[in-house]
Write a protein that binds this ligand. Structure first.
Ligand SMILES: Nc1ncnc2c1ncn2[C@@H]1O[C@H](COP(=O)(O)OP(=O)(O)O)[C@@H](O)[C@H]1O
Ligand SMILES: [Mg+2]
Length: 409
């Protein structure tokens, strides 16, 4: 591998960035990590540190420029952080491969993204900016099933389905308060199978090693919020649907002007085929890219992303899935209240690949309104989807999180 000894800047040193930093080290790279939290776990493995908020593109680019004077930086990427503008600012300042500022602007703004996609022939739901609750009421009279969301947030924060009984003014405020730029949009809610995708883009083409059936069994429990409860790999798709997803992601890449890199997608298989809800020009969070995809497919997805960030040419065949093992991921959702007891016993569970409980005694479990509210997660493998799911159930049955409800949340 010709990359040994090169230096990559990884933006974010959060827990989910750790496996990505580890992969870069394993490829023989020197790693610079940037994060606003000086105690971020990723710094422990870093050869160079930049203390700057991952959202602070100016400061990150400035400090990266300074570091580059002393230690040449060869590539930049984000790990488990949705900060395309920061990656792009560093890439521009240091003249690195990375994504362009223009591409980053498109993916950082759901209105601009959908506008760009619809004029490039990428299938997207009907959408409109919403200026007021009254405007939303009017749209709702014309369209039957709408979802409202901030134009520039993430993790399902402020994403509200306008189901029967939802107060329109409240839903508008909920989306608005989660938008840094105070802009919200409505979209037609597309019924259909929800798929997470993670693709590798090169000048030679597109492959999508990450294809997961997102689990929305608890959609009604958490309504009107849209909370995903993990996913199952491999996704159950026809060959035609797979080909169509690659074709659409190829169009997405052209529409945003990306020649190589990785794209994470939220896709719904609607009545007329796959429809793009949104994409992100970065690696996925939730250990999808670093654990779930490799466990299921054998693909070194993170390795591919690192090589592309360094401007290396890669052969798509080296990253094509070589297996399709069943992998199941599920989250832990205790009822709201104060955590009084947490017990995670040692388990002899061969199929258990990962178990994390994020809450501890004394923590407050809030009402689940977005993905960061989740209290833990597990990943299991199996010969069949049912087997992997049964293993998750066995694992969660042994994890105890006692919550005292009724305490003001
Ligand atoms: N128009 C829609 N039709 C169907 N599902 C949707 C739609 N909009 C959002 N969702 C669901 O809600 C999730 C969160 O919305 P999204 O726009 O991806 O916001 P975020 O950036 O917070 O992830 C999506 O991943 C998808 O599962
Ligand atoms: Mg999303």
């Amino acid at each position: 591998m010709p990359v040994k000894g090169k230096t990559i800047l990884i933006i974010s040193g959060g827990v989910e960035a750790v496996p990505i930093i580890e992969r870069a080290k394993a490829l023989g790279l020197k790693v610079a990590v940037s994060d606003g939290n000086a105690d971020a776990p990723g710094f422990r493995m870093a050869d160079f540190k930049i203390i700057a908020s991952t959202y602070d593109e100016k400061k990150t680019a400035e400090l990266a420029f300074e570091l580059n004077e002393a230690e040449r930086i060869d590539g930049v990427m984000a790990a488990a952080a949705d900060v395309p503008l920061t990656v792009a600012a560093v890439a521009e300042r240091l003249k690195l491969p990375g994504i362009s500022v223009n591409s980053a602007r498109i993916v950082a703004d759901k209105l601009l993204m959908k506008g760009t996609f619809s004029s490039s022939g990428v299938p997207v739901p009907w959408f409109s900016q919403v200026r007021s609750a009254e405007h939303l009421e009017k749209l709702l009279r014309e369209k039957k099933t709408l979802v409202i969301k901030p134009v520039d947030s993430r993790g399902a924060r402020g994403v509200v389905r306008l189901v029967e009984g939802v107060d329109i003014a409240w839903a508008f405020d909920e989306a608005m308060k989660n938008s840094p730029s105070s802009r919200v949009m409505a979209e037609e809610w597309i019924n259909g199978r929800q798929i997470s995708t993670e693709s590798i883009i090169t000048p030679d083409g597109v492959i999508t090693p990450g294809l997961s059936d997102r689990n929305y069994e608890q959609l009604e429990r958490f309504a009107p919020f849209v909370i995903e409860d993990g996913g199952d790999l491999p996704a159950i798709l026809t060959e035609d649907e797979r080909v169509e997803i690659d074709r659409i992601i190829g169009k997405v890449a052209r529409a945003i002007g990306m020649k190589s890199g990785t794209i994470k997608g939220d896709i719904v298989i609607g009545e007329s085929g796959p429809i793009v809800i949104e994409v992100a020009a970065r690696l996925s969070g939730g250990y999808f890219c670093s654990h779930t995809i490799p466990l299921s497919t054998g693909t070194d997805f993170v390795g591919a992303a690192i090589l592309l960030a360094l401007g290396e040419e890669i052969g798509l065949n080296d990253f094509r899935p070589s297996a399709a093992k069943a992998v199941c991921q599920r989250f832990l959702f205790p009822e709201p209240g104060i955590v009084r007891k947490v017990s995670v016993p040692e388990m002899q569970e061969e199929s258990l690949a990962m178990l994390k409980v994020y809450v501890k005694v004394g923590d407050e479990v809030k009402r689940i309104t977005s993905h960061p509210c989740r209290a833990g997660m597990a990943v299991t493998t199996g010969d069949t989807r049912e087997g992997a799911r049964a293993a998750i159930k066995r694992v969660f049955d042994r994890v105890t999180v006692v919550v005292e409800p009724g305490i003001p949340v």
